[in-house]
Design a protein. Structure first.
Length: 288
């Protein structure tokens, strides 16, 4: 009720194409106020504070943060609204994902790698055990470690460097699972190369899984008639900077589609069965 009342009175960012506004995003009690500038954010936050008070709720000042996403240097400090003072930060975690003022996913991917490493070290003794079958070890990787590594990967516009880091970690884990090989000439143990690891694994590598999930999510967005589709098509005011443009999520999706000969992904996505075939085809792409 609080969120709905706030949404009615506070507009937020204009999505020009269909005159819709996006100002308040909420999942349970995790709420984000969006605005084109600090004054808009103050107005939206004030409205939320007032509506919360009406039913006896309060804003948690310590857990509420303020962040500016801009290419221009901005010296604004904390945001003051009513009797509250909200700390300005360079990043914050929302629904398990770290969002930063640079508007990129590199830091989040580093966090995922760290979390997956911790998970991996927690089960290393099991992965090395000769009492556990290869099938069970691979299952442990796929259902315990990989979900930690790929959490929210559907939204990542990954670079070659990002994908290499993910692949390196996966291969390190698989080398532990499959163990070393014996050199027939020297009769000594040596580690398996990348090709041998993939041949033993016999399943799509982690980059292929990531591409599949990203494409599946793209189809879901294109089929939807809700806000996320409108945001995807929205073109913010202003011009992109000179030089090589920053790769966006949609750029990555369209590039992968072009590599398999598809130009109009949105139309094809309306057919779920056909889109599933597209997602499988994307898994076969090598590199970027």
């Amino acid at each position: 009720m609080v969120v709905r009342k706030t949404q009615k009175k506070y507009g937020g960012v204009n999505l020009e194409e269909n005159r819709r506004q996006c100002g308040v995003l909420a999942y349970a009690d995790d709420i984000i106020i969006l605005g084109s500038d600090s004054q808009e954010v103050k107005a939206g936050t004030k409205e939320l504070i007032i509506n919360s008070k009406d039913i006896g709720l309060q804003i948690n000042e310590g857990k509420t943060k303020y962040m500016v996403i801009s290419r221009r240097e901005n010296h604004e400090e904390n945001l003051e609204v009513e009797n509250y003072k909200f700390e300005r930060v360079q990043n914050f975690k929302y629904l398990g994902v770290t969002i930063n003022s640079k508007n990129n996913n590199h830091d989040e991917i580093k966090i995922r790698l760290t979390a997956a490493n911790k998970c991996y070290y927690g089960v290393t003794s099991i992965l090395k055990s000769k009492q556990v079958s290869l099938k069970s070890k691979i299952t442990i990787y796929k259902v315990i470690i990989r979900p930690v590594l790929l959490y929210a990967c559907e939204t990542w516009p990954t670079t070659k460097g990002d994908e290499d880091k993910l692949a390196i970690l996966e291969r390190r884990i698989l080398r532990i699972i499959f163990g070393p090989k014996i050199n027939n000439m020297t009769q000594q143990y040596e580690k398996r190369n990348n090709i041998e690891i993939q041949q033993l694994y016999k399943e799509p590598d982690i980059v292929a899984v990531l591409k599949n999930r990203r494409m599946a999510w793209a189809g879901h967005v294109w089929r939807s008639n809700v806000l996320m589709k409108e945001v995807l098509k929205w073109k913010p005011q202003g011009e992109r900077p000179l030089g090589r443009p920053k790769q966006r999520w949609i750029d990555k999706v369209e590039k992968n589609l072009a590599e398999i000969g598809i130009r109009d992904g949105e139309t094809i996505a309306q057919d779920r069965d056909r889109w599933k075939q597209v997602c499988v085809a994307v898994m076969g792409l090598n590199g970027l």
